[in-house]
Design a protein around this ligand. Sequence first.
Ligand SMILES: NC(=O)C1=CN([C@@H]2O[C@H](COP(=O)(O)OP(=O)(O)OC[C@H]3O[C@@H](n4cnc5c(N)ncnc54)[C@H](O)[C@@H]3O)[C@@H](O)[C@H]2O)C=CC1
Ligand SMILES: CC(=O)C(C)=O
Length: 259
Amino acid sequence: MSDMKKVALVTGAGMGIGKAIAQRLASDGFAVAVNDVSEENARATVAELQAGGATAVAVAADVSNREQVFAMVDRAVTELGRLDVMVCNAGIVQVDPVMTITEKDFDRIFAINVKGVLWCAQAAAQQMIAQGEGGKILNAGSVASFTGQPLLGTYTASKFGVRALTQVMAREFAGHGITVNAYCPGIVDTGMWETIDGRASEVLGTERGVMLEKAQDMIALKRLEQPQDVARFVSFLASEGSDYITGQCMMVDGGIIMS
Ligand SMILES: NC(=O)C1=CN([C@@H]2O[C@H](COP(=O)(O)OP(=O)(O)OC[C@H]3O[C@@H](n4cnc5c(N)ncnc54)[C@H](O)[C@@H]3O)[C@@H](O)[C@H]2O)C=CC1
Ligand SMILES: CC(=O)C(C)=O
């Protein structure tokens, strides 16, 4: 590789954890391709990164659409020259008791959280294999990749799926020098938790904040996780420090689940 910057593509980086990851990888020296289904939010993240002196480009796409995902990776490579790190971060949540989950809900969650990771990893691996220098694929797992909580049935099933794909892809891609790992956050202060808390209060008939308070009680470190807590860990996984790590789904959760 020449003295060209290493390139990372982060999905769902228009806000929340993905945005913090894009900011952190830019400050680590990566050129960053910023994906989101919201083109406006992807562009806003790019504008912030560029204002800080980083190289960044917006590559809007819906990660559940395989064709759009392959076009997204092509565009990132055309604009930034190569792909070294793929962060499959985009995800959505759904909050409902098992007895009221519909087929439509199930399919929507799996389309984005599971197929989205699969298509992004496929497109990234194709590019990394063509480059012939290995690469790193990082998937958004969750504490929900390991344990089920009430009201999060479809979401939890999808995050167990991400853990499964991480292990299978780690074995299949190892021969190409591509590592595949998942970062597993706990209760992170983003729009996703506002959605969970709001919807849980509707379903349970409780005040807003009750579900969040209960969840926070599980955190050993006794503070709500911030997107930057996740981004620091992803920075490590994107660095050479993680070169001998593959197939792992690692907690970055303040001690909710201990191994
Ligand atoms: N917030 C939390 O407590 C936790 C979040 N996670 C996971 O971390 C990841 C990021 O979560 P947050 O930042 O909290 O969520 P968020 O809801 O704050 O942000 C998600 C971003 O992904 C984008 N997105 C949604 N669907 C998309 C699609 N089809 N294609 C492209 N982009 C899409 C949204 O537009 C948004 O910008 C998700 O995979 C989530 O499951 C894991 C554990 C805990
Ligand atoms: C959003 C999420 O992953 C949990 C477990 O709350």
